[in-house]
Design a protein around this ligand. Structure first.
Ligand SMILES: *Cc1c(COP(=O)(O)O)cnc(C)c1O
Length: 426
């Protein structure tokens, strides 16, 4: 399957039709447990000498199809599905790190991730340095002796900054720590971070991959390219008391991390997804490539149109020639720059709030990546608790409106915004 192209893998990878009773669609296995042939069979499953299903918190045949498919689409060796994007992030960092370790990360991050690094992990003794990601040298300057991971988003939300992934991956490589990339906003249809040096790729399947706003889910994809025996990760080279003395690096080689994320991460932290949610996500994933192509075209056309409106003071979309991320966007996201646009309006906070309150097709809500178009005014909603300085550093100015452009006809989307613009007198 890995020889096939993206659109083919999105429909077929990981689904062995014969093994699933000839089913053309991926079946939903809505069960918690699996009958063992006998106790020896059970013992073999538990000690990993034989592959098979034990309990849905660890693995499930429906989830298994999605996991194989995500690995194929990102160019990884294996993946683990989780209950949400945040579950993928927390399971990854708690599998990899321990008290005393340190993360270097971009400061242009999804809000939940910002809090995980800034508040929750520090409570467990794992600290983070946030850096301005526009210069890869900033990552290098922030490295410490105890740094054990470098993290970024391939397309930052809501700044929509495209990062020089290759240059940042070199910093991580030199420091002998894994380079972890959240690829939620761009999706594997537009970029494969592994090709640019990522060792682990994170997804909120909740967003574009599902695409229909019906189910939460997450995925951790392992490139299998990081050497955990380099001295920085003793948990992978010494017998694990958490899995009857298993030495992960020795027993599993390039799959050491992703195996630990499943057999200790899912087992102990419990962030496993519902098979029903994963089954719904599979329906969405089948059409990811055509959706991302069309969504990117719609977003570029709308961004260009917004630039010509009187009330609009600035437009940020990495596909626009006027964007400071245009060149990096063409280099890293040549197939399209996804569906998020931010723009500012005359009259600042009050005007932006009023516009977000007066669209009809664009729904006012706190999500992205739906087939339906979405709008939000972060300064009065998602980011209202941040002080002025924090709003500035996250790129959320008072006049900023964020759009998540969907698949509606572009003329209807323009008309909807035009009607909302008419409600302000700027
Ligand atoms: C939404 C999102 C997440 C979190 O995903 P959930 O499924 O909501 O937990 C993580 N990263 C990015 C970039 C996101 O947009």
């Amino acid at each position: 399957m890995s020889d096939s192209k993206f659109a083919t893998n999105a429909l077929h990878a990981g689904h062995d039709v014969k093994a699933h009773g000839g089913t053309r669609a991926v079946p939903l296995y809505q069960n918690t447990s699996y009958v063992f042939e006998d106790s020896d069979h059970a013992a073999n499953l538990f000690n990993l000498s034989q592959p098979g299903f034990i309990y849905t918190r660890l693995n499930n045949p429906t989830n298994d199809v999605l996991e194989q498919r995500m690995a194929a689409l990102e160019g990884g060796i294996a993946s683990v599905a989780t209950a949400s994007g945040m579950a993928a992030l927390s399971t990854t960092f708690l599998t990899l790190l321990k008290s005393g370790d340190h993360i270097v990360t971009s400061n242009s991050l999804y809000g939940g991730t910002y809090n995980l690094f800034g508040v929750t992990l520090p409570r467990l003794g794992i600290t983070t340095t946030f850096v301005d990601p526009s210069d890869p040298a900033n990552f290098e300057k922030a490295l410490q002796d105890n740094t054990r991971a470098v993290f970024v988003e391939s397309l930052g939300n809501p700044k929509l900054d495209v990062l020089d992934l290759k240059a940042i991956s070199e910093v991580a490589k030199k420091a002998k720590v894994p380079f972890i990339v959240d690829n939620t906003v761009a999706t594997p249809a537009l970029i494969n971070p592994i090709e640019h040096g990522a060792n682990i790729v994170i997804h909120a399947l909740t967003k574009y991959i599902n695409g229909n706003g019906t189910a939460l889910g997450g995925a951790i994809v392992d490139a299998g390219t990081f050497d955990y025996s380099n001295g920085n990760f003793p948990e992978f080279t010494e017998p694990s008391p958490g899995y009857h003395g298993l030495v992960y690096h020795e027993a599993l080689g390039p799959a050491a991390f992703i195996a630990k994320a499943r057999i200790e991460g899912l087992r102990d932290l419990g962030a496993a997804p519902s098979p029903f949610n994963i089954w719904q996500i599979i329906q969405g994933l089948e059409t990811l490539e055509v959706r991302m192509k069309h969504i990117s075209e719609n977003a570029l056309a709308l961004a260009e149109w917004l630039q010509g409106r009187d009330v609009v003071t600035w437009v940020n979309y990495p596909g626009l020639k006027s964007s400071r991320y245009y060149d990096l966007g063409q280099k890293y996201l040549p197939k399209g720059q996804s569906g998020l646009i931010t723009f500012g309006v005359k009259g600042g906070f009050e005007s932006a709030k009023k516009i977000a309150d007066h669209t009809k097709l664009f729904s006012l809500l706190a999500n992205i990546g739906d087939t339906k178009s979405l709008i939000i005014h972060p300064a009065s909603t998602t980011h209202q608790q941040l002080d002025d300085e924090a709003q500035e550093s996250t790129g959320v100015t008072k006049d900023l409106i964020r759009l998540s452009v969907g698949l509606e006809d572009i003329d209807d989307l323009k008309a909807d915004l035009e009607n909302a613009f008419a409600t302000i007198d700027a």
